[in-house]
Design a protein around this ligand. Structure first.
Ligand SMILES: Cc1cc2nc3c(=O)[nH]c(=O)nc-3n(C[C@H](O)[C@H](O)[C@H](O)COP(=O)(O)OP(=O)(O)OC[C@H]3O[C@@H](n4cnc5c(N)ncnc54)[C@H](O)[C@@H]3O)c2cc1C
Length: 372
């Protein structure tokens, strides 16, 4: 039975003790390879009410502030247990705001319990950073939508139940004003999911949709209104998207690994590791800025973009030190240090590339307009 924690510090302690049996799960990096175990972990979180910490009580949530969710996913990231599931964040919050009562009744209870999982169907072969150019079409015929198109790079879609599909219901020229959101069961006839291996051995997916039919009740929000809805859902999630616990854990793991090999007496390495410890504190400060903006109810767009850039840069700097000083054992394929490096490389792309994030910072923090 879920109950409200007394304060954030106590809650962190409670989360740490909950995480102890999951110390070997390693689902933060390898969800695609160990989905049954990660799913069981989400169910255990759901049973405690931790997938719905911030939802209103009327929807079965604990109505806690964003600082609790931040603490939860920061600890889960440090433990390497899992990444926050999209269903409980992006999907549930959107349904709470824009869903019909029937949609909320149908989807929120299984999402809260960690029983139904969603893949985010935004990117396509010709649309990633520029989602206003999405081409995957959904045409209304009577009371169903018929979907035709392709998506790619969806995280773990092969294991998920439903696709949160961004699709074109208006003309291509209408750009962001002609997009809608549909919930598409991934076992519907006409859906084909193919695994795409990532550099570190994890799995993303490519999805083909050929004549797939979904009822009109699976559309979330009004037709052609997806853009604003997506922006709100993204804003809600920003404080938990790139938790600093992941970076802290990277440094702790690298230091422990180098120490086990007797390498940490090297003054050059000690200086680099000390610099990295300072960089990790920078990451924590950036994450705290995002949380603070969200708690104050002010826009967190540029703080979140800066956080993502620093977070991914520092992950790469930490992994690079392991490779540089660790010798052949660090670069051998399949070693933990090699995995950290490969994973840190692709971290700069998912959730918006570093170039796009820098453009946001240039525009929002420095007032620099882009080239027309
Ligand atoms: C690990 C991972 C997980 C992902 N998960 C999902 C998911 O679950 N669902 C989903 O839909 N997608 C997912 N993606 C896709 C991801 O969102 C896109 O790859 C990303 O938005 C970039 O789009 P793109 O690959 O089409 O590259 P493009 O947008 O074509 O960009 C190519 C290059 O051009 C640069 N560029 C593009 N536009 C600009 C600009 N305006 N200014 C400066 N530089 C620019 C980019 O930075 C990049 O270097 C994932 C990707 C990764 C790597």
């Amino acid at each position: 039975m879920s109950r409200k924690p007394s304060d954030v510090a106590d809650f962190r302690l409670e989360v740490r003790s909950f995480l102890e049996p999951f110390a070997e799960l390693d689902g933060f990096f390898g969800q695609g390879q160990r989905w049954p175990a990660v799913k069981a972990f989400f169910r255990a979180m759901g049973a405690r009410g931790w997938l719905s910490l911030g939802w209103p009580e009327a929807a079965g949530g604990l109505a806690l502030g964003p600082e609790y969710e931040f603490a939860l996913w920061d600890e889960v990231a440090y433990a390497r247990a899992a990444r926050n599931p999209l269903a409980a964040g992006v999907v549930a919050r959107t349904l709470l705001r824009h869903g019909t009562p029937e949609q909320r009744d149908r989807w929120l209870p299984p999402i809260r319990l960690g029983e139904v999982h969603f893949a985010l169907g935004y990117s396509e072969p010709e649309a990633g950073s520029d989602l206003a150019s999405v081409r995957c079409r959904a045409d209304r015929r009577g009371d169903v939508y018929v979907i035709e198109g392709e998506k790619c790079w969806q995280s773990y879609a092969q294991d998920m139940d439903v696709l949160w599909l961004l699709c074109r219901t208006g003309t291509l020229e209408s750009r962001s004003r002609g997009l809608s959101l549909l919930m598409v069961p991934l076992d519907a006839p006409g859906v084909r999911v193919t695994a795409l291996p990532t550099l570190d051995g994890d799995r993303l997916s490519a999805i083909e949709l050929r004549g797939v039919e979904v009822p009109e009740e699976h559309r979330v929000g009004p037709e052609n209104a997806a853009w604003g809805i997506m922006g709100e859902a993204l804003a809600d999630e920003r404080h938990i998207q790139f938790p600093p616990g992941r970076v802290r854990r990277d440094l702790d793991e690298v230091v422990a690994w180098l120490r086990r090999r007797g390498l940490t007496a090297d003054p050059g390495l000690r200086r680099r590791l000390a610099d990295l410890a300072v960089r990790v504190q920078e990451v924590e400060i950036h994450a705290a800025r995002v949380l603070e903006a969200i708690c104050r109810g002010t826009p967190a767009v540029s703080a979140a973009a800066a956080n993502k850039v620093v977070h991914t840069l520092v992950c790469q700097e930490i992994a690079a030190v392991a490779l540089e000083f660790g010798g052949p054992a660090a670069v051998s394929n399949g070693s933990r240090m090699d995995q950290l490096w490969r994973q840190a490389l692709w971290e700069t792309i998912g959730g918006g590339t570093s170039e796009v994030m820098r453009s946001v910072v240039a525009r929002e923090e420095l007032g620099l307009a882009g080239r027309r």
